[in-house]
Design a protein around this ligand. Structure first.
Ligand code: PLP
Length: 380
């Protein structure tokens, strides 16, 4: 059997990292070997940084060791302190970065159609201690950036977008990374564009960018120490993977768009809800979430698929206002969505046979489940 052929009943995971042809990665590794520079912002790192800065047309683009440190250092570089308004429907790193930087997360509930923070609820949560808004472009779907911008300007708040899912997402013809005071990205192996482990911070202010560069490299330049810093640098080997993946991005997104549209067709008529993407958005097809009717239906489907070796993912789960180490007002919409959302497998190379297997599993479960539990029956 060729190495990329799969037995018909093999497990299907929610994602599978894209790997560029090995010779292409090797060509970048050859450059690293030739330079003998393995890290400390070497030539491949510089090339990737410049490339991505130009791609997104942003003034400052800095690579980081991962997306979590990107969040932490963005918070610190912008001088954010006190209370940070944030979303409970995100990956835990969005909240933990706020806490790690000694700030207090204040959760504002979400717009259940998109999963993003509900901008209409933000103003009521602002107090004199609030200094920033940290919101996530959930599944790569843009937040209501215009409304957030207006509120932030009115109240003198910084805006940071967790754009971990938003590589190559455009809104009204421009990169979504052009909004806010900062955006952070994750280039983890499971992300659309990846460097195995990695991330980035986009900033629009030169002084903040200067601070960020110091924070990323121990706070010193040669022997002169300026500030408390840390090590958040990306290595040359990681940057090399980024350079090898980058030329494939158009193809990666096109294939995922086709897979998503195929899901839409195969699941049509089953009554599964999909998140709403604003009309002016060029989407990147980072995930394929469906929203089920309730927690019982979602958990049942997760298990039914797992029984057939199909591993979907509850994402995001749990709602971050339930974390045991935060004190938060309950966010019922986020809790409800965290109980109903399920990301189906989506990755480059997902075969038509696997695709059909997943959809048959979803469809068979829903048919049985909805016969057992019709819509108007309230579960005890
Ligand atoms: C929304 C979001 N924020 C932050 C992160 C953290 O990124 P990383 O895993 O690169 O540290 C992730 C990914 O894991 C994420 O999905």
């Amino acid at each position: 059997m060729a190495h990329d052929e799969r037995p018909a009943d093999a497990s299907i995971f929610v994602t599978r990292s894209f790997l560029p042809p090995q010779a292409e990665y090797q060509a970048w590794l050859d450059k690293v070997y030739a330079s003998h520079v393995l890290t400390n912002l070497g030539p491949v790192h510089r090339e990737l940084e410049n490339n991505l800065r130009e791609r997104f047309a942003v003034p400052h683009f800095r690579l980081m060791a991962n997306g979590t440190l990107a969040l932490q250092l963005a918070i610190r570089a912008l001088g954010v302190t006190g209370k940070v308004i944030t979303t409970p429907f995100s990956y835990v790193a969005t909240t933990s970065a706020i806490l790690w930087e000694g700030c207090e997360p204040v959760f504002v509930d979400i717009d259940p159609r998109t999963g993003c923070i509900d901008a209409a609820l933000i103003e009521a949560a602002i107090t004199p201690d609030t200094t920033a808004i940290l919101a996530t472009h959930v599944y790569g779907i843009p937040c209501d950036v215009e409304a957030i911008d207006t509120i932030a300007k009115k109240h003198g708040l910084k805006v940071i977008y967790d754009a971990a899912h938003a590589f190559d997402v455009n809104y009204k013809g421009r990169s979504i990374l052009q909004w806010g005071d900062a955006s952070t990205l994750s280039f983890h192996a499971t992300k659309l564009f990846h460097t195995v482990e990695g991330g980035a911070v986009v900033l629009h202010d030169g002084e903040a960018d200067k601070r960020l560069r110091l924070l990323r490299s121990f706070g010193h330049v040669y022997d002169e120490h300026f500030t408390l810093g840390m090590n958040a640098k990306m290595s040359e080997l990681h940057a090399a993977m980024g350079m090898a993946v980058l030329p494939h991005m158009e193809h990666i997104i096109a294939e995922r768009a086709a897979l998503s549209q195929r899901y839409d067709r195969l699941l049509e008529g089953l009554g599964t809800e999909r998140p709403h993407v604003a009309a002016d958005t060029t989407y990147n097809y980072a995930y394929y979430p469906i929203f089920l009717r309730d927690s019982a239906e979602r958990e049942g489907m997760l298990q039914a698929l797992a029984d057939q070796g199909i591993h979907a993912r509850r994402y995001f789960f749990p709602s971050l206002d339930t974390l045991p180490y935060v004190s938060a007002t309950a966010c019922p919409r986020s809790r409800d969505l965290a109980d109903r959302a399920l990301c189906l497998p989506l990755y480059n190379g997902l075969t038509p046979a696997d695709h059909e297997r997943i959809c048959a599993g979803v469809s068979a479960f829903l048919e049985q489940h909805r016969k057992r539990v019709p819509n108007n029956v309230v579960q005890p």
